[in-house]
Design a protein around this ligand. Structure first.
Ligand SMILES: *[C@@H]1O[C@H](CO)[C@@H](O)[C@H](O)[C@H]1NC(C)=O
Ligand SMILES: *[C@@H]1O[C@H](CO)[C@@H](O)[C@H](O)[C@H]1NC(C)=O
Ligand SMILES: *[C@@H]1O[C@H](CO)[C@@H](O)[C@H](O)[C@H]1NC(C)=O
Ligand SMILES: *[C@@H]1O[C@H](CO)[C@@H](O)[C@H](O)[C@H]1NC(C)=O
Ligand SMILES: *[C@@H]1O[C@H](CO)[C@@H](O)[C@H](O)[C@H]1NC(C)=O
Ligand SMILES: *[C@@H]1O[C@H](CO)[C@@H](O)[C@H](O)[C@H]1NC(C)=O
Ligand SMILES: *[C@@H]1O[C@H](CO)[C@@H](O)[C@H](O)[C@H]1NC(C)=O
Ligand SMILES: *[C@@H]1O[C@H](CO)[C@@H](O)[C@H](O)[C@H]1NC(C)=O
Length: 690
């Protein structure tokens, strides 16, 4: 059964299950769900043969391919409007058109000669049947993410560049390449997204030649929502959405900021192609236009943190992306955030056959804040917020109950003898009613600053509604505070506004993010290909929206691989051969990722981790080149049983190889319960093909 396409920017979703027994939902960020009906009625991308495709048939198609298409349409009395033209011979020649009698009744018509013509053809089918028409595909509407709120932090005055200790860079060897001076200099990436806030100090504080963001284009304008008329302009600034700014920082933020973060390839240039307005969707013909513009502007790498569940490799933007990758540019595309939907649910255009579809790995740390304890000797208390609670001074604590096992703390209005809580940090236990209900009862007594302690082993971002000065702490810290309060000790807390950022070790860190879409494609291509850190990622955000934010999604993993691509081009030269072999190199040097941190558990299924976590240092320094990186058995009626691979030693030393295999987990493709959904699950072991 076919899945309808829904394309969204792939950030933010439920974060992975952690060993703390909790999820980390970033409550303000909702992932895209597959919605039917995102096909734009009556609009199609028509691909035609360009004259250069058919040199021996110039007599048959002597005319301009666009004019020829329009004349053929008129001859058939098909009424149409041209929305956009594409003219990149070798990549894509055609137009997006609106037909008046198109009747959307199937997903794709691909035309080959000779044609079979049915009597009851709609206009769309007639178009597909016209000479010179290669394919007719519907225009797809792509949803965008909701903007995210974030707190402003003050900037650090010391511009000294510390060593690269960023957790995601250490995980992938990017820190070692930075130490060697490999930072992607001389390469250019196209970031096709919501635009970039290039006024951000870490993103070059300017636009145009000489700046980090050297150029770009805004195909849509702020007010574009996917249904109204795009208002293109040359300035791809985004200060209203933020997604593209976060993506840009992961790729190439300059070091020397207050969080000591940098992009993977901060020596590279960026071109920003803005295809989303502040809110709303975008039709995919604009994605194609942006891709072709990037190519004609001469970029080396194109990255797209967007897409939606598809399963097939044939959408217009997937086809164009794949062709661009085949020319030797590195094209990185998010694998999708539909992991909860089970196998065979990969995303398009990430399915583009020659592109690199990127899976997400949860960061090993979560950037959180510490509160300082006064009055007794005690370690700082970590609370679940990336930015400090905006609280000045040192406040005494007040516990709404001295019973540390109470199940419904503050679920009812607080007793009449409760003091005015406005000068306290209120301590309350999780459980029974919602956080907002507890906070409402506390606010009724004047309480503003509240720490909710967990009732088990959870630690996560919680939904506190409009109560911005409330957050979660771990159970043990809450029990300590309540016991100290009950014992009459003079305990108070303060919330340092700088210097209290703590890289909290995430017990689930280092595993594949559960939201990563699970492959393979329905036509048995190996997607996702490779993983990069994408869960709990701190990066740049538009200055008016807070300057920095933590987001999660395959959207965050994708620019990381684009950055590694820039390091590769920077180190090995920008030849097409380097570009076309990049995916294989990343795959064959990747680090295998387990399904848990428990010894003896199998590796995570390759249908979700791909070949594993990218190892940028190994990819750029290996002496051993293995190719191909994927043995596509096409285990269908078209099973391919014989595969060959080559191992090339480009080093100076003779090497011996021992060929072996490593088992990995598999994934159930059929649901065990009637009416249930297919779900990822381990079912014995299967041999990993290497
Ligand atoms: C940034 O790095 C410097 C030098 O290594 C260190 O002193 C400082 O604490 C770091 N700041 C953060 C926020 O990690
Ligand atoms: C934050 O608190 C944790 C737990 O007490 C402690 O281990 C860590 O050193 C603290 N870090 C900072 C920067 O205060
Ligand atoms: C905290 O103090 C600073 C400096 O005195 C002031 O600007 C800020 O508004 C205060 N914040 C709150 C939440 O009281
Ligand atoms: C904690 O509270 C939640 C919400 O009321 C509840 O579902 C859960 O069972 C509680 N956990 C424990 C260990 O009491
Ligand atoms: C938050 O405030 C907004 C605007 O005042 C209001 O519409 C909304 O209901 C509030 N939400 C909660 C959870 O209190
Ligand atoms: C309690 O602690 C606060 C802050 O450390 C201090 O200002 C106050 O004097 C103390 N009160 C008593 C009664 O010790
Ligand atoms: C599997 O075979 C079918 C039929 O030939 C083909 O369309 C598809 O692309 C093949 N898939 C792979 C991964 O080679
Ligand atoms: C090759 O690897 C296998 C599995 O690890 C091992 O049993 C075998 O002894 C190795 N052979 C050689 C020659 O190292």
């Amino acid at each position: 059964m076919m899945k309808l396409l829904t394309w969204a920017i792939l950030s933010p979703v439920l974060l992975a299950n952690s060993g703390l027994g909790a999820k980390f939902p970033l409550s303000s960020l909702k992932g895209a769900k597959t919605l039917p009906g995102n096909i734009v009625p009556n609009r199609f991308v028509v691909e035609v043969e360009s004259t250069s495709d058919i040199p021996t048939r110039r007599d048959t198609f002597p005319r301009d391919p666009h004019k020829s298409l329009y004349e053929d349409l008129r001859k058939r009395d098909i009424s149409f409007n041209v929305d956009r033209e594409f003219n990149s011979p070798g990549l894509f020649v055609g137009a997006s058109v609106t037909l008046s009698n198109a009747k959307v009744n199937s997903y794709l018509i691909s035309v080959t000669y000779p044609l079979t013509i049915h009597a009851d053809m709609q206009d769309r089918a007639q178009v597909a049947a016209m000479p010179g028409v290669k394919a007719v595909r519907p225009v797809i509407q792509v949803p965008a993410p909701k903007p995210v709120s974030a707190h402003v932090v003050t900037s650090l005055t010391d511009p000294a560049l510390p060593p690269d200790t960023e957790s995601t860079h250490v995980l992938t060897g990017v820190d070692k390449l930075h130490a060697m001076g490999v930072i992607g200099t001389g390469t250019t990436v196209a970031i096709i997204d919501t635009g970039i806030d290039y006024t951000h100090p870490s993103l070059g504080d300017g636009f145009g030649p000489g700046h980090k963001v050297v150029g770009g284009f805004d195909f849509v304008g702020d007010a574009f929502d996917g249904t109204n008329t795009p208002m293109p302009d040359p300035d791809p600034l985004d200060q209203c959405n933020g997604h593209g700014t976060h993506v840009a920082g992961i790729f190439g933020a300059n070091p020397g900021n207050e969080f000591n973060i940098s992009g993977v390839a901060f020596g590279a240039d960026i071109r920003a192609y803005r295809i989303f307005g502040c809110t709303g969707t975008v039709p995919d013909d604009i994605i194609i236009e942006a891709l072709l513009q990037g190519v004609s502007d001469g970029v080396d790498i194109l990255t797209m943190s967007l897409g939606g569940a598809d399963g097939w490799t044939e959408s217009s933007s997937a086809v164009v992306s794949s062709r661009i990758a085949a020319t030797g540019k590195i094209v990185t595309i998010a694998a999708g955030n539909d992991g909860a939907d089970g196998a065979f649910y990969t995303s398009s255009p990430g399915n583009a056959i020659n592109a690199i579809s990127v899976a997400s790995l949860d960061n090993t740390v979560i950037p959180l804040q510490n509160a300082t304890v006064h009055g007794v000797t005690h370690d700082p208390i970590t609370y679940f917020d990336t930015f400090p609670l905006p609280v000045n001074g040192t406040l005494p604590i007040f516990a709404t109950s001295t019973d540390t096992t109470i199940v419904d703390d503050a679920c009812d209005p607080l007793p009449d003898d409760t003091p005015d809580l406005s000068g306290f940090v209120v301590i309350v236990r999780r459980g029974t009613c919602t956080f907002v209900q507890k906070l409402t009862n506390i606010a009724a007594k004047g309480g503003q600053v509240t720490l909710i302690y967990d009732n088990g082993s959870g630690f996560e971002e919680i939904d506190v509604g409009n109560f911005t000065d409330a957050t979660l702490i771990q159970a043990a810290d809450g029990v300590f505070l309540v016991n100290a309060f009950a014992a009459g000790e003079n305990v108070s807390l303060s919330f340092p506004q700088s210097g209290a950022l703590f890289q909290f070790p995430d017990p689930a860190g280092g595993l594949i993010s559960s939201f990563t879409s699970i492959g393979p494609t329905n036509d048995m291509f190996f997607k996702p290909a490779v993983a990069a850190p994408g869960g709990n990622i701190l990066s740049t955000f538009p200055v008016p929206l807070g300057s920095f934010a933590v987001l999660s999604g395959t959207s965050m993993a994708t620019p990381f691989i684009a950055g590694v691509g820039a390091l590769l081009f920077g180190a090995k030269g920008k030849s097409p051969e380097v570009g076309t072999t990049a995916r294989t190199l990343f795959e064959t040097t990747a680090q295998l990722v387990g399904s848990s941190h428990t010894d003896g558990d199998p590796l995570q299924t390759v249908a979700q981790q791909g070949a594993g976590l990218v190892d940028a240092f190994k990819a750029l320094t290996t002496d051993i080149i293995v190719s191909p990186g994927e043995l596509l058995t096409n285990d269908t009626a078209h099973f391919v049983s014989l595969h060959t691979f080559t191992i090339t030693n480009i080093g100076n030393e003779v090497k011996k190889f021992n060929i072996t295999h490593v088992p990995a987990g598999t994934v159930l493709t059929l649901t065990p319960f009637p009416g249930g959904r297919p779900s990822p699950a381990f079912n014995g072991l299967r041999h990993r093909q290497i």
